[in-house]
Design a protein around this ligand. Structure first.
Ligand SMILES: O=C(O)CCC(=O)C(=O)O
Ligand SMILES: [Fe+2]
Length: 327
C-alpha cells in the first residue's frame, strides 16, 4: 500500500539507472520501480540511463530532424497539419501556443501518430482526429527511419509503464494490453535562438503539462528545458548525454488520485547562436482504454478523485482545455 506524503520540492531532476529493470530478478526490478515512485511523487520528471535505445539511434533521429527542417518551405507547407483535421504533419513556426494567453511558441515542428489508413479500426470506427500521417515525398528516407525510431521509443514506453505499474503495487502487466498499439504521438521540434525582439513571455514552448501517460523526450546538447517543482520554482533539465527525460502526462494523476504529478515545463532557447532540436514521443494507451483510478489506490482511498474517461476522451478534453472547443 502507498500512503500519501506531500512531495518534496526537488531542486534537480533525478537520474534513474534502468540497468536492473531488465533483470529477471523481481526484487531488482522493484528497486528501480521504487526510484520511479519517488520521482513521480516529487517531480513528475526523471532522466533514464542504461535504457534500451542505442546512442546511434538517438543521434540519427536528431539528425533526421535537422534534415527535415532544412527542406524547402514549400515542401514543408505541403504537409501542413492545418490541411487536415488529425493534427499530423508540419507545424509552422509560431503556429502553436502551449501556454494559453501567451504569445505563440518560437518553434517549428512535425508530428506523426498512429498510421490510420482506410482499413485501420480507428478509421472504420470514425475515431475523431485520426487518419494517415503526412510524409515528405521528396525525402524518401524520412518515413522508414522515423517509424523505426517511434517503435524503439514505444518499446521503452512499454517498459517504463511496467515499472510505473510495479511502483503502484499493481501487476507488472497492468498497462500492457493498452499499450499493444499505443495512441502515440511523436514530434520533432526546432527551436531557433531566442530573438532579441521576442515579445514579453514569448518562449520556445510555453509552460504546459503533457496530456497522456508517459512522454519520452530526446533533446540535443543545447539545453533550455525547464521544469516547475512543487514549490512553483523553475529548475533546469539540462541535456545529459545518452539519457532520455521521462515525464508524466495528465493521465497519471487520474490513475493515482493525484499522487503522481503531471508537471509544468517550458522551453527557452537562450543560447546566442545555436538551434535546438528535440524529439518528444508521447506514449498513451489505445483510444478506448478506460483511464481510471488504479485498484490499489482505490482500495486505500475509497474513492476516485477524477471521473474515468477513455484515453481518447481524455486527450480530447485536454486538447479543448488548451485550445478551446472551436479547435
Ligand atoms: O522540446 C522540449 O524539450 C519539450 C517539448 C515539449 O514539452 C512538448 O512538446 O510537449
Ligand atoms: Fe511537453
Amino acid at each position: 500500500m502507498i500512503i500519501y506524503e506531500p512531495p518534496h520540492a526537488a531542486t534537480e531532476i533525478p537520474v534513474i539507472d534502468l540497468a536492473d529493470s531488465y533483470s529477471d530478478d523481481i526484487e531488482k526490478r522493484r528497486k528501480v520501480a521504487w526510484e520511479i515512485h519517488k520521482a513521480c511523487v516529487d517531480t513528475g520528471f526523471f532522466y533514464v540511463k542504461n535504457h534500451s535505445i542505442p546512442q546511434e539511434v538517438m543521434d540519427n533521429q536528431l539528425e533526421l530532424a535537422a534534415r527535415f527542417f532544412d527542406l524547402p518551405m514549400d515542401e514543408k507547407t505541403k504537409l501542413d497539419s492545418v490541411n487536415q483535421d488529425s493534427t499530423r504533419g508540419y507545424e509552422a513556426m509560431a503556429a502553436q501556443t502551449l501556454d494559453e494567453g501567451s504569445p505563440p511558441d518560437l518553434k517549428e515542428g512535425y508530428m506523426s501518430s498512429v498510421e490510420a489508413g482506410p482499413d485501420h479500426r480507428y478509421t472504420k470506427m470514425n475515431v475523431p482526429g485520426t487518419g494517415p500521417n503526412q510524409w515528405p515525398e521528396t525525402f524518401p528516407d524520412f518515413r522508414p527511419q522515423y517509424e523505426a525510431y517511434v517503435e524503439k521509443t514505444l518499446d521503452l514506453g512499454r517498459h517504463l509503464a511496467r515499472l510505473v505499474a510495479l511502483s503502484l503495487d499493481l501487476p507488472e502487466d497492468y498497462f500492457d494490453a493498452s499499450l499493444e498499439e499505443p495512441l502515440h504521438y511523436c514530434r520533432i521540434l526546432k527551436y531557433p535562438p531566442m530573438p532579441k525582439d521576442a515579445a514579453e513571455n514569448q518562449l520556445g514552448a510555453g509552460a504546459h503539462t503533457d496530456w497522456g501517460l508517459l512522454t519520452l523526450l530526446l533533446q540535443d546538447d543545447v539545453g533550455g528545458l525547464e521544469v516547475r517543482n512543487a514549490d512553483g520554482a523553475w529548475i533546469s533539465a539540462p541535456p545529459i548525454p545518452g539519457a532520455y527525460i521521462v515525464n508524466l502526462g495528465e493521465m497519471l494523476p487520474v490513475i493515482t488520485n493525484d499522487r503522481y504529478k503531471a508537471t509544468y515545463h517550458r522551453v527557452l532557447n537562450n543560447t546566442t547562436d545555436k538551434v535546438r532540436y528535440s524529439c518528444p514521443t508521447f506514449c498513451d494507451p489505445e483510444y478506448f482504454y478506460k483511464v481510471e483510478v488504479a485498484p490499489t489506490i482505490l482500495e486505500h482511498d475509497g474513492h476516485a478523485v477524477h471521473p474515468p474517461m477513455t484515453a481518447g476522451e481524455h486527450l480530447r478534453a485536454q486538447f479543448e482545455k488548451t485550445f478551446g472547443t472551436a479547435a
